[in-house]
Design a protein around this ligand. Sequence first.
Ligand code: G6P
Length: 611
Amino acid sequence: MCGIVGYTGNKAAVPVLVNGLKRLEYRGYDSAGLAIDTPTGILVEKAKGKVSELTKLLAEHQEDSPIHKSQAGIAHTRWATHGPPTTENAHPHASSRIALVHNGIIENYKSLKGKLEAQGYNFLSQTDTEVLALLVDSHYDGDLFQALSSALKEVEGTFGVACMAKDEPGVLIVARRGSPIVLGVGENETIVASDASAIIKHTRQAIYLDDNDIAKIKGGDIDIRSLDAGVVSREASEIDWSPDAAEKGGYEHYMLKEIFEQPDAIKNTIRGRMDAERGTSMLGGLGLTPREIVDIQRLVIVGCGTSLNAGMVGEFATEDFAGLAAEVEQAAEFRYRNPIINSKDLVLAISQSGETADTLAAVREATEKGALVAGLVNVVGSTIARETGRGVYLHAGPEISVASTKAFTCQVATLLMVALKFARSRRMSVEQGRRFVQEIESLPGLVKQVLAKDKQIAEVAARYVQYERMFFIGRGYLYPVAMEGALKLKEISYIHAEAYHAAELKHGPIALLEDTMPVVALALEGPGKEKTIGNIKECSARNARVLGIITEGDEEAKSEVDDYIEIPACRLHAAVIPATVALQLFSYHVARLRGCPIDQPRNLAKSVTVE
Ligand code: G6P
């Protein structure tokens, strides 16, 4: 969840580290810090708050001071797990001899701390990371690689870690278990990071460490070993997106940029995967033979947050069109619930980052139980993509804003392609398949039509800025849209937004309705619309203001609501995407008018790598 950057090479380290931290700030932003190798020892600077607070501290050092001249260092931006966001708890954590930054959780930190205290170590913070730092110090006798290896053998939990020692100038030691570490390979230099966006400015050559890898790096020399075995070989691969993709490109926020990127992102998701003639999709990455596709008896979809909401659309479409039993499961519960899974099940793990701890745990549980397991992932080379070994990449490009937008619509587009694949191998005719292909191919255009209404949606949003609570309701395919709409609004505007199936409203939530509680109702043309219109009437009768997400030109729906946003006419499984885009823009404008920090909402992190 936090961000790690490290540098060793022939350039000044501080600008590389600070630039990397800014790139990673979306991962966590309650404090930041760095440790720099200088001739007189390791210099640590850290600050509560955003990276800009740290840069203020760095500016206090003269330009020609050792900190600015140094060519090696490590840095970190934190999302608090153990201990509140204070300067003391910020990383790096250090002894007089070593400094260390860490992502993940050291589960046995209490017992290790007791042991270290008995040896005379004093602790300045409440973090599990300081325990790891001092544990490394306790093993240190001039060889940091050995000290970290020995320390990690005592550790239970997860880590992505980078450290350095005062007596080994220019050397970084890094290791991973459960939290990603990627090495950017440059000429006589290496940039270490917890994700590729921090290295792309310097090099596109990336080596992704595997779990239990530990590496010693000095300049361009990289020596990777396994904590359990000896030397291991890890090939570099090329990062397939450009540095520009990770910039704001003139937009006020990454979120807005990513909302507007959706027509192209969806095009990239479906490119080369549609077979218009045979009316089906081509998903070679799933690695399933036609026989295996027919033999699969159930699709089980797991994910968290926005990915879970997308999964629900996949469940509905798979049952609806393929007649294949499908269910969506919260990844966090999957392994604790002891689910019934067998070799005829295909478990599809959905994750933008490919690093979410709960989703990864579900992947491992499903693999253990003998299911076929595939990933539906955006970040190439991420842990879930590698562990599943089969799946579909979204190709949505980097998503920087914490609130997920383009990943959701590309996930839904992919799930529709998966449903089509299963449908054509079961009960769908070629004619119906061709229509479905056309619908998928029309999605970028439908999204464009919604984006063209941005100004009008901003005007509607202005009428909802003052409310502190809001309901979202929908039925069928529009229920996950209500879920995702409410999630977007609460994440970025801090309005208490909850989604209910429109029929559930009467079973309790309706008690909360009054004029201070508006309702966003998804009432598009299609099955269930008339019933939702009935629910809208019930809301209006309780003085709730109603914003309808309705089909273009639907005069009946217009007459029932106070405000509306129109969506181009299409069948509901396709309408999920443009309707969600409308709600993304609605949430964005409400949050913007409320003056919220849209790209970095409080308490959230882009990638949740702890359970
Ligand atoms: C975090 C993010 C969400 C995201 C969820 C799952 O909570 O803030 O935007 O939907 O994790 O992330 P994943 O990378 O697995 O899709």
